[in-house]
Design a protein around this ligand. Sequence first.
Ligand code: AGP
Length: 605
Amino acid sequence: MCGIVGYIGKRDNPQIGLSALKRLEYRGYDSAGMAVYNPEKQEIFCLKAKGKISELEAKFSDAPLHGSPFILHTRWATHGEPSEANAHPHWDCEKNIYLVHNGIIENYKELKELLIAEGHKFASETDTEVIAHLIEHYFKNNLEEAMRQALKKVKGAYALAVIARKDPGKIVVAKFGSPLILGINDNEFLVASDASAIVSHTNQVITLDDNEMAVLSPNDFFILKEKPIEKIEYDAEETQKQGFSHFILKEIFEEPDAIEKSIAGRMILDQGLAKLGGLEQVLEQLKKVDKIIITACGTASYAAKVGEYMFEEYAKLRAKTEVASEFRYKNSILDDKTAVLAISQSGETADTLEAIKEAKRKGCLTLGIVNTVGSSIAKETDAGVYCRVGPEISVASSKAFISQLSILALITVGLGRQREMSLVTGKNILEELQKLPELSKKIFNQADYIKGLAEKYSIYRNFYFLGRKYNSSIASEGALKLKEIAWKIHAEGMPAGELKHGQIALTDENFPAVVICPSDSVYSKMKNAMEEIKARKGKILAIATEGQEDIKNLADDVIYIPKTLEMLTPILSTIPLHLFAAYLGLELGLDIDKPRNLAKSVTVE
Ligand code: AGP
């Protein structure tokens, strides 16, 4: 890394810059340099020296420069050996643009080739010099406009401070990926890589965010926010039904693909690591987090509950699910070691958005799992992971829920491997997760069978759904999907252990149970619940693991799902529940894409 200092204002002695720069010497010291605009001569003078800042200071004392603005730099070489020629500042062909940079320009080689082809002459081996010539390419008479255009071509990280002979009286700074702060004083402004360089001049600072530029002049400054162009990752075709009678059916049948898209490129299998680009910039903060609150509404809140169990059991991180509409008012205990993770398909749910704003007010790191690119929650959170499953048109959420569960498994590995999770455990989870797209396709071989069950059970107007541990909230999701889509039916989901604490009063031959009982650590407990239901003539539709033949002695009907890790069973057990709900709604002749009274995104509280 390198150190940057800049100054513009009433003083014209760059010695203050040198003193400030020395405070940044820890960031690199293989060479240093400065550029000073002299208003009388209307020229920019530049001094550079190989070695420590003291070498530059010696040169400065031999040939003192005066003027304002000035910019300074101390270097830790990345591209080009430590030398005077490679020291910053760098300038363009006309010696109009002078700039200092901290960061790495990843595409500097191709840019340099293009600029050389245009006739630009380079004086150094650095990546940085490319930016000076690129700004020259766009420069007409306004430095910030030229920089704005130039930076659109740049890939990589940068903190930049730039001055121009032909547009004097300003320093233009820009930040992406490397730190940069502004120091505010009476009629003078400073810029630096960190506050230690300017704390002796002011304690009022502004920390620039990524994609922000600032224009500093002797009496004022303003900040420009370059809105990054977000890429919609689906085409018009995807928003059509593609041969299905309803969007909900299309989107349920897309669920294997949703798993695939959610995990693609996001695993480093041999190291048992998750690779979530959207969280990279907060990984250090996540290491320090000692509690995570997962907040969401409706279907997304049931994914949150699964995530809570995953985080606690496998990442050894304290986790709690808070329904967003409650979170804001119950005044949860939050601090700067609490992360708040919002889950939202639309990214516009008002309750969830407000919950995130409340968490930010309390100093929490805020994260998101969101499907809609560029949505309010995606923008409001500090970092996050996009589902990448394309538009979900049906009002009832299906493939996005499956994606949320898949991403929660990835985040579990990410958090776990920062903590006690071994490489072997991380690798095992990722390998099993990687099998799910293919395994889940097998469930659709039973689609017609499930359709037949929907017809068989369409005589009932009340259902309850039971599950334990990872599938307790899938019971709630199955119930919600059923009553949402086949809204002539009431359904309730609950942890199976709760059956005997009241629900069982309703159990009889007219009140069927959907029981999610994969072969996992609580399978025997699930069989107890089924025995209790059978003893009261209750009908049972079981969701069980392939090979569990004994379940047929307890259940009236069974839908089998492939075997997988206990923590991943919700991703598979949900699919037959979504199909069952959709087919039952169809059987009742309802609009299963637009159930009455509902909206796809609830943007009111
Ligand atoms: C899901 O089937 C429902 N339509 C509803 O519960 C939904 O999950 C909830 O409104 C949250 O929406 P979001 O995921 O877009 O935030």
